[in-house]
Design a protein around this ligand. Structure first.
Ligand code: BGC
Length: 739
């Protein structure tokens, strides 16, 4: 218990369970308690000195707008995110912020989620590893992170009341592991619970989630803060393990908790514990701080620029159209080149320290004149004069760089998209440009996947830059002219059609309920299992050089333990330096339950000079082989496939291994099948005798070879009872007593 707790009156303790203001917690001078400042987050510091809001409405202090998580998800580089986290930590310190509200590690279940720009990936390992790097970076500066939104907040529609109906296996394998990894690897100072309900229970008052899983299983040491306004029932929230209700909830919060204490419905130790956790975290953060450094705004801008280039994914580059020569005859077309779309809308909205445009940056990098035509209006209204002007510019140039993307209004916190198409004015502009010049490079800015129907296969080069932060304009020029490599690889599949998405028929559900009917088959797990064609697979991205993966060696030091070491040689086979992401997938073809064909279990981004090779070594731990088997993680003995490649569809080498781990024992009950009994280490030995004793038809059925497969899923009590000579249920109950 934090020592200050014993010096506080009950009223004071209750006052510490909620905010003092929209963004701060209370101080209690006589007890030596200092309030703390929490603010958004995640991609920059949004400190409001004037009117406060959590919808991104009012101005905030200038801060570096780093690339959004949609972009950084594509870096596949946890160390780079750690570096970004350190910069975010320095800026937080300089502005007096104690806790920065991010990162968000929710899984991209559907491309329609309005807030996908704030999340990393459709894959939990990737999301969790990147989130952990970010948390480490921020916290190295004595500033707390807030891992959000815990949990199953995968849509914005009805986010404040919808119940995510998800079975436990799916939660454990898909929606929780990114949180788990960030918690166990990096111990974020705070975890922010989501608004939604999970299987009927609000996250803010979900004891299973906030206490049993987060603290008891994962060993979480920080405090849980509510999303802004997420607490519905304050005493239930405190009882469940929620510590801080934000923002300031006024006297009503204290009154409700006091009433529950007086009625004996809540124990005061729950209040003490919550206060203690909040104060302990704030103290630890302050103790961990050195001197506050002045922020080097230029250096942070340069870092944002580097990360943006590392985030951009080159999807197509036919004939090596990119990189462009500085003296190439280029026309820049598209309003986004002049008016960049570089961040998302809502609570994460940053007031940037400066803003680069791609148009200025391209002009600065090019040695020839670069004409520009806007081509379309951002409000989506048709404008024939703009199209004519763009066509004229395109006709006169050797190469057209065409900036397309989603305008601000199309994706935001608070609502979801209803389609994944680019605005019609942009699609028709592309047609008009292509009619006069086929050498088109499409540069995309969007926070979530857009359909590339009509683009992929029609234009030679496509560069997806996501929402790349305040320096995205210069980063695009760096990539276009080859000063930087397009370092990104897709953190989410780009489907051919929205209707191919596994959540399609269950998104966003009815007002109060959304059923996660696709279960663990999210993203590539679904596309690969159903052998569906995709526009671009998970993990995919081109560079300006080429790589080969060779000499795969997979060793299992001790087959009785689920642990393998994967080694492969990566060679840069091109003539310039570059990077590639080595991805290791595991499949379990002999599993007793349905499992995805392959799941990402390890990855490493390698940077190599032209012609250089490196041996990459990655370890697979027990979890890499496990599925959630009802009451815990389960690894079954038998064959596993280890695949190494550069996307879920580009597997360069694969190897089979066999694990000789003990077979999991599933407890027998009165309804267990003959198959269950056969697989049970004790039950198996009793089976033959029990069948012989039962007499009747049972022995004859077992002797019949054709019946063998049918018996597998026949309850033993049914078999023993055939013929009516004995009571099958009673016989099984006797056996169970002996087992
Ligand atoms: C968002 C959070 C944010 C909070 C404070 C909420 O509406 O969901 O992500 O941190 O507001 O602005």
């Amino acid at each position: 218990m934090h020592p200050a707790v014993s010096r506080l009156t009950l009223d004071e303790k209750l006052s510490l369970l909620t905010g003092d203001t929209f963004w701060s917690t209370r101080s209690v001078e006589h007890a030596g308690v200092d309030g703390a400042l929490l603010t958004d987050g995640p991609h920059g510091v949004r400190l409001q000195s004037g009117s406060a809001d959590h919808l991104g409405l009012n101005e905030s202090e200038p801060a570096t707008a780093f690339p959004t998580a949609a972009a950084t998800g594509s870096t596949w580089d946890p160390e780079l995110l750690e570096e970004m986290g350190r910069a975010l930590g320095r800026e937080s310190r300089a502005l007096g912020v104690d806790v920065l509200l991010g990162p968000g590690v929710n899984i991209k279940r559907s491309p329609l989620c309005g807030r996908n720009f704030e999340y990393f990936s459709e894959d939990p390992l990737l999301a969790g590893s990147l989130g952990a790097g970010w948390v480490r970076g921020i916290q190295s500066q004595g500033v707390g992170a807030s891992l959000k939104h815990f949990a199953a907040n995968n849509q914005e529609t009805e986010r404040m009341r919808v119940s995510a109906e998800v079975d436990e296996r799916t939660l454990r394998e898909i929606y929780l592991p990114a949180f788990e990894r960030a918690v166990t690897d990096a111990q974020p100072a705070t975890v922010m619970c989501s608004y939604n309900r999970i299987n009927g229970v609000y996250a803010s008052q979900n004891r299973w989630l906030l206490t049993d899983v987060l603290r008891d299983e994962w060993g979480y040491e920080g405090y849980v803060v509510s999303d802004w306004g997420a607490v519905v029932d304050p005493p239930a929230a405190v009882a469940a393990g929620l510590d801080l209700t934000m923002p300031a909830a006024g006297e009503r919060h204290a009154q409700d908790v006091r009433a529950a204490l007086e009625a004996g419905e809540l124990d005061e130790t729950a209040v003490d514990l919550a206060v203690s956790r909040i104060l302990t975290v704030h103290d630890r953060l302050r103790e961990g701080r050195g001197e506050t450094e002045a922020v080097d705004v230029d250096a942070h801008h340069a870092l944002a620029r580097r990360i943006a280039a590392e985030s951009s994914v080159l999807l197509a580059n036919d004939g090596g159209l990119l990189p462009l020569a500085a003296d190439a005859s280029i026309a820049v077309v598209g309003e986004f080149a002049r008016t960049p779309r570089y961040q998302g809308a809502g609570s994460s909205h940053i007031n940037p320290t400066r803003l680069d445009t791609a148009l200025d940056a391209v002009r600065a990098a090019a040695s020839a004149e670069v004409p520009f035509a806007a081509g379309f209006r951002l409000d989506g209204r048709e404008d024939a004069a703009l199209v004519d002007e763009a066509v004229a510019a395109a006709r006169a140039a050797a190469v057209v760089v065409l900036f397309l993307g989603l305008p601000d209004e199309e994706e935001s916190e608070g609502f979801d998209r209803t389609h994944i198409d680019l605005p019609a004015v942009q699609r028709s502009l592309l047609d008009a440009v292509l009619a006069v010049n086929e050498r088109v490079v499409v540069v995309l800015s969007n926070g979530s996947v857009v359909s590339l129907d009509g683009i992929a296969g029609r234009v030679p080069a496509i560069l997806e830059t996501w929402l790349g932060g305040q320096a995205s304009g210069s980063a695009v020029a760096d990539v276009l002219f080859g000063a930087a490599e397009p370092g990104g690889r897709l953190a989410e599949t780009i489907p051919l059609r929205l209707a191919d998405n596994p959540a399609h028929v269950n998104f966003p559900g009815t007002p109060k309920e959304v059923v996660y009917g696709e279960r663990v088959y999210v993203g590539y797990r679904w596309y690969d299992r159903t052998e569906r064609e995709v526009a671009f697979p998970f993990g995919f991205g081109l560079g300006y050089t080429t790589f080969a993966l060779s000499d795969l060696a997979v060793s299992v030091p001790d087959p009785a333990r689920a642990h393998a070491v994967v080694e492969i040689t990566a060679t840069n086979t091109g003539d310039r330096a570059g990077s590639e992401v080595v991805q290791v997938y595991v499949g379990d073809p002999e599993a007793s339950v349905d499992r995805p064909v392959r799941e990402l279990r390890a990855f490493r981004k390698v940077r190599l000079a032209a012609g250089e090779s490196a041996r990459v070594r990655l370890e697979l731990d027990e979890r890499a082989f496990a599925f959630w088997g009802g009451s815990g993680w389960t690894v079954e003995p038998g064959a596993f496939a280890i695949e190494v490649g550069t996307s879920s569809r580009d597997i360069a080498a694969s190897a089979g291994i066999a694990l000789d781990v003990p077979a999991p024992v599933f407890p027998l009950d009165v309804g267990s099948t003959v198959g269950d009994w056969r697989r049970h280490p004790v039950g198996a030995a009793m089976l033959d005798d029990a069948i012989a004793e039962a007499g009747g038809q049972a022995a004859a059925i077992v002797a019949d070879e054709e019946m063998a497969r049918m018996l597998e899923s026949m309850p033993l009590r049914t078999l023993l009872g055939f013929g009516g000579e004995i009571d099958g249920t009673a016989a099984v109950e006797d056996l169970l007593a002996k087992v």
